[in-house]
Ligand binder design. Structure first.
Ligand SMILES: C[S@@+](CC[C@H](N)C(=O)[O-])C[C@H]1O[C@@H](n2cnc3c(N)ncnc32)[C@H](O)[C@@H]1O
Length: 295
């Protein structure tokens, strides 16, 4: 089943995730015509700023939905494309006139409270690190760049008028820098472990988690930390702003420490795009809880 389609800047040509016989991921080309066919019988969810489509993963699992991701890693630069053009292209090439939901995982680099000690420098324009960011020289700081990126989610919402929309960001300052995210009120604060029961954790894994929990973070192996992450049995507080049904059903698993500091995600450090992407993936349990409440 085709479920998550990555749009690129040459849209109407897009990419689909496929797995070969050995379970290795590869991309296959897809034409807008095929999306047109899918959209005749399925509702469309857009996942903005998402390389993996992980927050919309539960919508992808359903054969009633098709998920389109827009992300720089797949060649769609939100800062260069425009929502009106996208809306017109969707209609012209795919016959899609109604978007059911928009989920925006705008970069939190300059918003997250965990980086607060760098805010002053970043606001003063000292945060530019790579050629891509420097290239957007109209922005006087990376903070401005990230504000624009978050505001773009709201612009896509304005143009596409979805039935529901969600902006996800960690504890930090997105609400003070982009106050319009709170037009439907304060965020719903969530932690992966509160929805972990949606991630099909079996009895054997629960027993294994009990054993690892008893270690209280001491001498937890990489394999054990990986299991904690797969089972979503960790905390990582994040906020969900927007217009959506906030009555998510919790299926809680008591969190398990992955090291003495707590988070098992810290075990998977590294600055490569791949490790960064896996750290910022939305856990499946949370995605399924969002889906159940908003499908
Ligand atoms: C915090 S991560 C969100 C990851 C998401 N939860 C996932 O599972 O893929 C932010 C994403 O924004 C993307 N991004 C950064 N700048 C962008 C741009 N100008 N246009 C589109 N995507 C961009 C990055 O590639 C990254 O995937």
């Amino acid at each position: 089943m085709i479920n998550t389609i990555h749009i690129d800047n040459t849209f109407p040509i897009c990419w689909v995730d496929k797995y070969d016989a050995n379970g290795n991921l590869y991309f296959e080309l897809l034409w807008a015509d095929e999306i047109r066919e899918l959209a005749k019988t399925r509702r469309v969810v857009l996942n903005l700023y998402s390389e993996t489509g992980s927050m919309a993963a539960a919508f992808s699992e359903s054969d009633e939905y098709v998920v389109l991701t827009l992300d720089l890693e797949h060649g769609y630069d939100m800062l260069r494309e425009n929502p009106l053009g996208f809306k017109e292209d969707l209609e012209e090439w795919c016959g899609i006139t109604q978007i059911d939901g928009i989920i925006g995982n705008a970069p939190c680099t300059d918003f997250a409270g965990s980086g607060a000690r760098w805010w002053a420098d970043k606001d003063a324009g000292k945060g530019f690190t790579d050629e891509y960011e420097k290239d957007h020289c109209y922005a006087k700081s990376t903070t401005d760049l990230h504000v624009t990126m978050a505001e773009l989610v709201l612009l896509y919402v304005d143009f596409l008028e979805p039935r529901f929309w969600i902006v996800e960001n960690p504890v930090g300052r997105i609400n003070s820098l982009v106050p319009a995210v709170e037009q439907y009120g304060k965020p719903l604060w969530v932690n992966p472990n509160e929805y972990a029961g949606w991630a099909n954790v079996d009895t054997e894994e629960l027993n294994e988690l009990d054993r690892i929990r008893a270690k209280d973070g001491v001498d937890v192996t990489t394999e054990e930390a990986r299991l904690i992450v797969i089972c979503n049995a960790y905390t990582k507080k994040t906020g969900l702003w927007g217009c959506f049904n906030r009555d998510l059903v919790k299926k809680e698993i008591e969190p398990v420490k992955g090291n003495t500091f707590g988070s098992p995600l810290m075990r998977f450090g590294g600055k490569s795009q791949k490790t960064k992407a896996s750290r910022s993936k939305t856990p499946l349990g949370l995605s399924r809880a969002i889906f159940e409440a908003n499908k």
